[in-house]
Design a protein around this ligand. Structure first.
Ligand SMILES: Cc1cc2nc3c(=O)[nH]c(=O)nc-3n(C[C@H](O)[C@H](O)[C@H](O)COP(=O)(O)O)c2cc1C
Length: 116
C-alpha cells in the first residue's frame, strides 16, 4: 500500500529510509493521494497531530487505512498521542507505535504491521 509520511526532525524519515519504501512526504498538507495509504507521523505538542498532517488528512480522509506513529516516552501518557487521535478521528487502526527513530526490532515489527 502507498506510504505517506511527515517528519520534522528526521526520525520518521529515517524509519522510511530503513524500510526502503517509496513514500510521499507531506510538506504543508496540500498534497493529495488518489489511492489507499498508510500514514506515518510524529507526535507534536502534548499528544497532538502535527498541523500539516491534520491538514493532509482533512484533504485525503477517504483513503487513509492506518497509522504508524513515532513519539518519545518522555511525554508519558501523551506518548504517540498523534496516532491515537488519528485512529479516533478517522476510525483506522494504530498499526505501530515507535520511539523516536526506532530499533532494528521496531523496523522488523513495522514491516510486519504494514504487510511488507
Ligand atoms: C515540540 C515537541 C513536542 C513533542 N510532543 C510529543 C508528544 O506529545 N508525545 C510524544 O510521544 N512525542 C512527542 N514529541 C517527540 C517526537 O514526536 C518524536 O521525537 C518523533 O520521533 C519526531 O519525529 P521526526 O524526527 O520525524 O520529526 C515531541 C517533540 C517535540 C520537538
Amino acid at each position: 500500500m502507498k506510504i505517506v509520511y511527515a517528519s520534522r526532525t528526521g526520525n520518521v524519515e529515517s524509519i522510511i529510509n530503513k524500510l526502503g519504501v517509496d513514500a510521499l512526504r507531506i510538506e504543508d498538507g496540500s498534497e493529495s493521494v488518489a489511492e489507499d495509504y498508510i500514514i506515518f507521523t510524529y507526535t507534536d505538542g502534548y499528544g497532538d497531530i502535527p498541523g500539516e498532517v491534520a491538514d493532509f488528512l482533512e484533504n485525503n480522509s477517504a483513503n487513509v487505512k492506518g497509522v504508524v506513529v513515532s513519539g518519545d516516552t518522555a511525554y508519558g501518557d501523551a506518548f504517540c498521542g498523534a496516532g491515537d487521535a488519528i485512529a479516533e478521528e478517522y476510525n483506522v487502526p494504530v498499526l505501530y507505535k515507535v520511539e523516536n527513530d526506532g530499533t532494528d526490532e521496531d523496523i522488523e515489527n513495522i514491516k510486519n504491521a504494514i504487510n511488507m
